[in-house]
Write a protein that binds this ligand. Structure first.
Ligand code: LLP
Length: 430
């Protein structure tokens, strides 16, 4: 369920017509719904009630500070993967003791930043990282509580680019070596073992891979406890998939497991271990809480296809071209009942054929200036935007009831140019 619905022939975000925001902010822009974000967060917190769980929102999915703050006010923790994300989470009001720091390439500075901030836990993904963390902790005269992120060698059956739990992936420490690595960690100064972590991938639509990785964790907990380690915390990662199609809500009911379904698997496999649990959902909280609103620039009759060329490009939303992702696209003005539809490709202005948001979509007869909403763009949308083709950085808007606010301004081409000085060997061109 999401709060982008047609009302009187216009697509609204909660109680605000998207067309009104477009007039105010210009296009393209991302628009997020507070009520939808809250709804999804609560689905998690309710599903995991009684399991001693903290929902650590994966900031990478949507790092906008106002979005994080919306979640902070509901009691969320955060999962961060860089010093930048850590800064955002803290500024947004997530308490450091609810922040878990993951990622395969943490630098000295990032580790120092995390330890000085007092994060709850650092998830360690390799032995060189463990050694460096021990050095940083000693230099700061503190102790780092860690979880060993294991690679369970489980296939999440999702897109190859977002699969993280297979042996050939760069993530985590082979599960077969957990015993050895924990033994080393236990002897390292400045390191305290808090538990284990796992994250097998993203956009996972089947509970079996989750179950398989949790069973593996369960066995490891037993083994490590018998080695004498106190394993008090299990970080179960994120990864729950969401529907992206035209009938996303119906599709969700049919094929996508909910947080409650996931919690049932957790209860069954790990519920009796007495561990504190961390969850790191990203997409399933913010994914369908956002749309990318764009304006048709031209309708072009090509030799073989009809193109609606819009003012958003792959630089604003890269998911379709990077992961062959499908996003439903809807006209902001609802087509009249029985309107004739025609097949169109919805494409951007960027000089690459991959700059395509959808092919062969059934659309009413579109014309220049019509607005379209590219749905389910709240996760991995704005955060992956760039300024390719010397375009402005896309703005973001947050709606709450009948109110909306710009939560990231459009960062203009001039703003970027102002930060590109000529080196001294060129004479001033002006
Ligand atoms: N925890 C860790 C350690 C992760 O690496 C990720 C996502 C998450 C949690 C959150 O996973 P989620 O609940 O959002 O599935 N850009 C890609 C997705 C990349 C996911 C990266 N890691 C996309 O647009 O599909």
């Amino acid at each position: 369920m999401n709060h982008f619905q047609y009302r009187d022939g216009q697509l609204y975000a909660e109680d605000v017509p998207l067309a009104r925001i477009a007039d105010d902010v210009g296009t393209p822009f991302y628009c997020y719904s507070t009520a939808t974000i809250e709804r999804h967060f609560k689905a998690y917190s309710e599903a995991f009630r009684g399991l001693n769980a903290t929902i650590c929102y994966a900031v990478k999915a949507n790092g906008n500070i106002a979005v994080i703050r919306t979640l902070a006010e509901l009691g969320a923790g955060a999962d961060v993967v860089s010093g930048g994300e850590l800064k955002r989470a803290i500024i947004a009001g997530i308490p450091a003791e609810k922040i878990v720091y993951s990622g395969v390439g943490k630098t000295w500075d990032e580790m120092a930043q995390a330890l000085s901030a007092g994060v709850m836990q650092v998830n360690v993904e390799s032995e060189p990282e463990l050694e460096l963390l021990s050095e940083v902790a000693q230099a700061l005269d503190t102790t780092a509580t860690i979880a060993i992120r294991i690679n369970p060698d489980v296939d999440a059956r999702t897109h190859a680019k977002i699969t993280t739990g297979k042996q050939e992936n760069k993530f985590g420490i082979e599960w077969t070596r957990a015993h050895e690595v924990c033994a080393r960690a236990a002897l390292m100064p400045g390191i305290e073992i808090g538990g284990l972590a796992v994250h097998i991938g993203s956009q996972i639509s089947d509970l079996d891979p989750f179950r398989d990785s949790y069973v593996r964790l369960r066995d490891l907990v037993a083994m490590l406890r018998s080695d004498g380690h106190e394993i008090g915390c299990l970080d179960l990662g994120g990864g729950l998939g969401i529907p992206y199609g035209e009938n996303a809500d119906d599709e969700a009911e049919e094929t996508y497991p909910t947080p409650a379904d996931l919690a049932a698997v957790v209860r069954k496999t790990l519920g009796d271990l007495g561990c504190r649990l961390l969850l790191e959902p990203g997409r399933s909280i913010v994914g369908n809480a956002g749309v990318l609103v764009t304006r048709v620039v031209y309708v072009k009759e090509g030799a073989m296809r009809t193109f609606a060329i819009v003012d958003a490009g792959m630089n604003d939303l890269i998911r379709p071209t990077l992961y062959d992702a499908y996003h439903a696209i809807e006209p902001v003005t609802q087509p009249a009942a029985g309107a004739t539809l025609r097949e169109m490709d919805i494409v951007g202005p960027i000089c690459e054929t991959g700059d395509t948001f959808g092919t062969g979509r059934q659309m009413p007869s579109l014309k220049s200036d019509d607005l379209l909403a590219i749905r389910t763009a709240g996760a991995y949308g704005a955060v992956q935007a760039s300024i390719y083709n010397a375009r402005a950085l896309v703005p973001e808007v947050l709606v709450r009831g009948g109110d909306f606010g710009i939560v990231r301004e459009r960062i203009s081409v001039d703003d970027f140019i102002a930060r590109e000085p000529f080196p001294q060997w060129f004479s001033d061109p002006t």
